[in-house]
Design a protein around this ligand. Structure first.
Ligand SMILES: [Zn+2]
Length: 238
């Protein structure tokens, strides 16, 4: 695959899409560029991915991040965090205990392999983790240090709103009203494969409730951005 690259979306918002190969389970990230300190939305799936994103930020001439926002606690959004020095990590309050529990697990390639043998439904996720992590040296899972219950607003005009939902209890959306962009993370996706029941599907009702004419763009972590018109027809066609 080609090296990650930032593309301008609208206003202050730039997107760095993940690997389009679904087996890579690589979430895209976004940055809200600001000379007072940018806001990174999600960390990359590994320290190596985070370093590629940092190179892409520098290549695009974007200011260094001061805040790192987690859309939710899943590995492909947070495992790169330990490679972002000097940022304040922002996330929903329920992410703290979820990530402390993840941080306590004895991560290694052997552990991933053993876990898949014990529960084959973990295979897509854990195989992707094994691919993403060349080395476990200096790896750490970092819980957020700035947390919120319902809403938060960072000093650079970026708003956070907890939405929860079936994909992850801590899912939050990131609102950039001056740029007309809403970042959805994975909030409307079904639960991860090993927790999914046959009846679980995309939660289009959640997207319908979030649509707001202030926002022209709706961005989820594993797909192309949608305009408000595209998002509206996607939820109405359901
Ligand atoms: Zn997720």
């Amino acid at each position: 695959m080609v090296a990650p690259q930032f593309h301008h979306l609208a206003g202050r918002v730039w997107l760095c899409p993940g690997d389009p190969d679904p087996e890579a389970v690589q979430a895209g990230v976004a940055v809200v560029a600001d000379e007072r300190g940018s806001v990174m939305i999600d960390a990359g799936q590994s320290p190596a991915h985070a370093r590629e994103i940092q190179a892409a930020l520098a290549a695009a001439g974007l200011p260094e991040p001061r805040w790192l926002v987690y859309t939710h606690h899943h590995w492909d959004h947070v495992w790169g965090a330990c490679a972002w020095p000097g940022v304040e990590i922002v996330g929903h309050e329920t992410a703290v205990s979820l990530l402390r529990a993840e941080a306590a697990r004895p991560w290694s390639h052997r552990y991933l392999h053993e876990q898949v043998r014990a529960d084959p439904r973990l295979r897509p996720s854990f195989q992707a983790r094994a691919r993403a992590m060349a080395s476990w040296e200096d790896f750490a899972i970092l819980p957020p240090t700035r947390t919120f219950a319902d809403v938060d607003e960072l000093p650079v005009g970026v708003r956070l709103r907890h939405v929860g939902g079936g994909h992850a209890p801590d899912s939050a959306v990131v609102l950039v009203p001056d740029s007309g962009v809403m970042l959805l993370g994975d909030c409307f996706y079904p639960p991860p494969a090993h927790l999914r029941r046959p009846e679980d599907d995309l939660d289009l009702g959640l997207v319908r409730r979030l649509l707001d004419d202030t926002y022209q763009w709706y961005v989820s972590s594993h797909a192309e951005p949608m305009t408000v018109e595209q998002a509206r027809s996607a939820v109405e066609g359901a």
